[in-house]
Design a protein around this ligand. Structure first.
Ligand code: PD2
Ligand code: ZN
Length: 286
């Protein structure tokens, strides 16, 4: 029998780990104690991580938060500088764990950015947001941009980008909403909001019938303003510069502010900002 098989993580061990944490012992000291009584480091670390994760989740749900669900997740466990987007080597510029935010470089070529803008331009209209009171759509003063949606897989360019994104964040293409293109002129902004649908709003159950909650967002910068227009995360005082070809990804495992994914598009001060947004759902989006 291997060491791992012989070292079973029993309910008693899990309870002991929770008791230690509640008594204020550090993860380091608990790990040391486990190893001193014969646990291998790998098993001890796994036991600690899974037990404390489970414990926090139980407490969160008991406090009335929606349960955590799986989310899209770029593979960054070994801190790679580059990720394989299939047909393109994407740069990892910045990563934050809480909130989960990753900034990518070189996600799109200049030609791809220009082509998306030119295909979108004749189809732009004042942006609407989903009306969570009714499940319909409405013009919203918090969002002063012009926009349009591509159908998923609408043309070869859109297909190529959707395939690349799916590979990058490990999430099925069919769980994505259609790509949305937005144009912001001087003064235009998108006030801070959450991208998930508020479970307390009456229209939300209708919205969730098409693919469940949103669990992740990729905002790709297609056209840069010369001043302003960053994507801001007020809870962590982060501002991502809207540099053409770059993108910001973020995920949220429950529809709750505890994800710290409040974010907005700061007003454009000079020039014009163009973005493509891909929202990712829990399940296939029809
Ligand atoms: O334009 C942005 O930076 C921005 C900000 C917040 C886009 C979105 N949200 C979005 O498309 O959800
Ligand atoms: Zn947003």
């Amino acid at each position: 029998m291997s060491t791992t098989e012989s070292q079973q993580i029993t309910p008693e061990l899990r309870q002991w780990i929770v008791d230690q944490a509640q008594a204020g012992h550090t993860a380091e000291s608990v790990l040391k104690a486990m190893m001193a009584s014969g646990w291998s480091e790998d098993v001890a670390v796994e036991a600690m991580e899974s037990t404390l994760r489970g414990h926090l989740e139980t407490r969160a749900v008991a406090a009335g938060l929606p349960p955590a669900v799986p989310v899209p997740d770029p593979r960054l466990d070994e801190s790679p500088l580059y990720l394989d987007g299939g047909d393109r080597r994407v740069h990892v510029l910045q990563a934050i764990f809480n909130p989960r935010v990753v900034v990518f470089g070189n996600l799109l070529s200049d030609e791809e950015c220009e082509q998306l803008i030119e295909l979108a331009r004749p189809r732009l209209a004042r942006s609407l947001t989903v009306a969570t009171k009714t499940g319909g759509e409405e013009v919203n003063a918090d969002r002063t941009s012009n926009g349009m949606f591509f159908q998923r897989g609408e043309n070869e360019l859109v297909q190529r980008i959707e395939r690349r994104l799916a590979r990058l964040v490990n999430w099925p293409e069919e769980n994505g909403e259609g790509l949305q293109i937005l144009q912001y002129g001087p003064g235009a902004e998108y006030k801070p909001h959450y991208d998930y649908f508020d479970p307390a709003e009456p229209g939300t159950p209708t919205i969730l019938r098409r693919g469940g909650q949103r669990v992740g967002t990729v905002v790709m910068y297609l056209g840069e303003p010369t001043k302003g227009g960053g994507t801001v995360f007020p809870d962590v005082h982060l501002e991502v510069a809207p540099k053409r070809g770059n993108a910001v990804f973020f995920s949220y495992d429950r529809a709750h502010p505890s994800t710290r994914t409040l974010h907005g598009g700061a007003p454009v001060l000079e020039g014009e900002k163009w973005i493509a947004t891909k929202w990712l759902r829990e399940r296939r989006f029809e």
